[in-house]
Design a protein around this ligand. Structure first.
Ligand SMILES: [Zn+2]
Length: 155
């Protein structure tokens, strides 16, 4: 399973003192901004890329590197198909001003929403919830057959 940035501690270029960065063995560079002044960057000790944040688990053991070097992904990339469908359905339900709980009936038309938009969003929601339903059924079927193999019935 992919590790995410949340599995690591991070060192941001902002709010860090020079001595702290020096102790961590990180170089700081600055690039000029268009409107004058400059923007600070951390230099990844591994690949030398400029970045705003470096990640580590244990500073003393020197495993400080950028997201690319550590092959970290953002949490949303790790979502399963079911997670994505739930989140999508919740966004649509929220847009319709209804409950984000998928066990509740789909929301009715909000007073200020046009019928055309309401029916378009409702169709989207119905489609997402249909796919969610199919995914849950498929998951249950897989789980049942897994249990059947684990616990043979006594007939
Ligand atoms: Zn790097």
């Amino acid at each position: 399973m992919a590790r995410t940035v949340e599995d690591y501690l991070n060192l941001s270029v902002y709010g860090r003192s020079a001595w702290e960065l020096e102790r961590a063995g990180v170089d700081l560079v600055r690039t000029a901004c268009q409107l004058g002044g400059s923007r600070p960057w951390l230099v990844c000790p591994d690949c030398g890329r400029r970045c705003g944040v470096l990640y580590y688990i244990d500073l003393m053991r020197g495993t400080l590197a950028c997201r690319q070097c550590l092959r970290l992904v953002y949490p949303s990339t790790r979502e399963t198909r079911l997670d994505r469908l739930v989140r999508r359905a919740q966004v649509l339900r929220h847009r319709l001003g209804g409950s984000t709980n998928l066990f509740n009936p789909p929301p009715g038309k909000p007073p200020r929403m046009h019928w055309r938009r309401f029916s378009r969003e409702s169709r989207k929601l119905a489609e997402v919830e249909r796919r969610f339903d199919l995914s849950v059924r498929a998951w249950c079927t897989r789980m049942e057959s897994w249990l059947d193999r684990k616990i043979p019935s006594e007939t």
